[in-house]
Write a protein that binds this ligand. Sequence first.
Ligand code: IMP
Length: 191
Amino acid sequence: MKIVFATNNQHKLEEIRKAIGNKHEIVSLKEIGFEKDIPETHDTLEGNASEKSAHIYNQYKLNCFADDTGLEIDILNGEPGVYSARYAGENPSFEDNMNKVLEKMKAETNRSARFRTVISLIINGNETQFEGICPGTIMTEKYGESGFGYDPIFMPNGYQETFAELSLEVKNKISHRGLATDKLIDFLNKI
Ligand code: IMP
């Protein structure tokens, strides 16, 4: 089956193509001629993921999926959550976002958090959602160089290193996105 992945992130495209093998053809937004940004106007990951997949499905009538991810910190009532990409303002750097979290968490001892990914898949007009959760701890400073986003300040449960210190192979196996993607692939392989 041909399925559009509603993302402009080349890295995510490669990742899923590798994981899915040749049973399904994953097509990028560029390949279908969609060059704009997809609106994300909701205040939940579920709402944004649905909005993005529906936007593409309604315009092209092609089967598609979209994802949305957030870092949810318990003591900050789930912040930055759905606003993870723009926590420190418009177009912030990853450093700006991490610094804001570290500053807000300075005096906190409860440092539990989770990354959560929601994938919305639309096949023939019917939506199914898949969730992946990776629980962990917010560090008091940054550790490690690899990865992106909040990786240097997030240590997944069961590990002694942050996402930015772990290998990409390990991260993909236990990560929110990896787990949600596994569920998506399982579902697609049963069609
Ligand atoms: P998106 O929905 O995948 O674009 O993710 C939204 C934001 O969450 C990103 O801009 C990052 O700041 C953060 N984020 C998503 N996934 C990860 C991850 O695996 N590690 C660290 N930060 C992430």
